[in-house]
Write a protein that binds this ligand. Structure first.
Ligand SMILES: *Cc1c(COP(=O)(O)O)cnc(C)c1O
Length: 413
């Protein structure tokens, strides 16, 4: 394998290693094209993409509705800054308000448009500061949380190796054990500005918080006068089978603030903060801003995503395929459990299978892209247009790979 090779992939990798900052290591694969749930690498090898750019490409690759919407907007009006608004921006804000807070009167909900998940969380953190003021300096976040890499969102992110080299970070954030109601009860108080959490912790390996947790989080924050901020950057926009994960997980719970990004633009960078009630009016003129956020092309992409989800019934599709597929996967020897909802799934692996990173690498060699957010878990976050045949082909391939690693397979390694 280490003989000097001049494959196209190797050439691009060498140029990458010399030119791109080493924040990700040099990726194994160089992708050049996508269509539906398939992608192709620089040497023409085809893969089924079960990661979708980390829960982003909800319509798959090169979906005609998205291509058309982006092209049409770009050739009409590509960018204006927030000194102006556009029909695309206003229409998207209206759609997101209604999708995120379906029960709320429209005038109670407002949207801030950003370019990414971390930026959406930055704006949300600013809202919590305005809500809290000097009397409420504390913000509660959960252990194993991931909220992004810019300084404010990073302060809310639990992993020490992500945070510590960049301290001091914005202060006042305290981490409590995820899903632990008693810990939440003890930490909550009149000096807390907000509780920030992911309804399903994505980067932690697709972990739910347990029955009743979101309900209790809402009740305790309301009692204490703190905001409940739900980071639905990964779980929102249909990924889990409803527009928002919290709609199905905790139907009675109405948060104050919801952040969105990943699937929102179907691959075009766009994020959003959606707030309801008093939290919707906290940010005033001059207190926050962005040059690109709310860009008409990004908004047109998000509107096309929403339209297509509706016309192709992708929420129901994510729910039904997700249920069936996870039941199939949970039955495979070597799998401990399948967590998550809809088409956001964490596949737990038995220890004797070996590290999930090795399993993911073997699956990639056989044409399936997944990732390994923790050493005992594979994450599946495919396009919501994934076909039954593609899902089943993966189930068969994973069965084979696990059988080989457990020493019970046909041995065609
Ligand atoms: C990915 C992610 C983010 C960060 O989004 P970026 O667009 O990478 O900045 C924040 N929160 C959650 C829950 C995420 O999964």
């Amino acid at each position: 394998m280490s003989t000097p090779t001049t494959s196209a992939t190797e050439q691009w990798r060498q140029r990458y290693a010399r030119s791109v900052m080493n924040t990700f290591g040099t990726p194994e694969r160089v992708l050049v094209r996508g269509q539906g749930a398939r992608v192709w690498d620089a040497d023409g090898v085809e893969y089924v993409d079960l990661l979708a750019g980390i829960a982003v490409n909800c319509l798959g690759h090169a979906h005609p509705a998205l291509v058309e919407a982006v092209g049409a907007q770009m050739s009409t009006l590509g960018h204006v800054s927030n000194l102006f608004t556009t029909p695309a921006q206003v229409s998207l804000a209206e759609e997101l308000a209604a999708l995120t807070f379906p029960g709320a009167p429209a005038q109670d909900v407002r949207v801030f448009l950003a370019n990414s998940g971390t930026e959406a969380n930055e704006a949300a953190l600013k809202i919590t500061r305005l809500h809290g003021g000097p009397a409420r300096p504390r913000v509660l976040a959960l252990e194993q949380s991931f909220h992004g890499r810019t300084m404010g969102a990073l302060a809310l992110t639990h992993k020490a190796s992500y945070r510590e080299p960049f301290e001091p970070l914005p202060g006042g954030v305290e981490f409590i054990p995820a899903g632990d109601l008693e810990a939440l009860r003890q930490a909550m108080g009149p000096d807390v500005a907000a509780l920030v959490l992911e309804p399903i912790q994505g980067e932690a390996g697709v972990r739910e918080l347990g029955p009743g947790y979101l309900e209790a989080a809402r009740e305790l924050t309301a009692q204490a006068g703190a905001l409940l901020v739900l980071d639905e950057v990964q779980t929102g926009m249909g990924r889990t089978g409803g527009w928002m994960a919290h709609h199905a997980l905790a139907p009675g719970v109405v948060p104050d603030v919801v952040t969105l990004a990943k699937g929102l633009g179907g691959g075009i960078p766009v994020g959003a903060v959606v707030a309801s009630g008093p939290a919707a009016d906290l940010l005033g003129p001059g207190q926050h801003g962005t040059t690109f956020g709310g860009n008409p092309v990004a908004c047109a992409a998000a509107l096309a995503v929403i339209r297509t989800m509706r016309s192709e019934g992708l929420l129901a599709r994510a729910a039904s395929l997700g249920e069936r597929w996870s039941a199939d996967l949970a039955g495979l020897p070597g799998v401990t459990e399948v967590r998550g909802r809809g088409l956001l799934r964490g596949v737990g692996l038995q220890e004797r299978v070996g590290p999930s990173g090795e399993v993911a690498a073997e699956l990639a060699r056989r044409g399936f892209i997944v990732n390994a957010p923790r050493p005992d878990t594979l994450r599946l976050a495919p396009p919501l247009i994934l076909s039954d045949a593609e899902a089943d082909a993966f189930t068969d391939c994973l069965a084979l790979v696990l059988a080989e690693r457990l020493g019970t397979g046909g041995g065609s390694a």
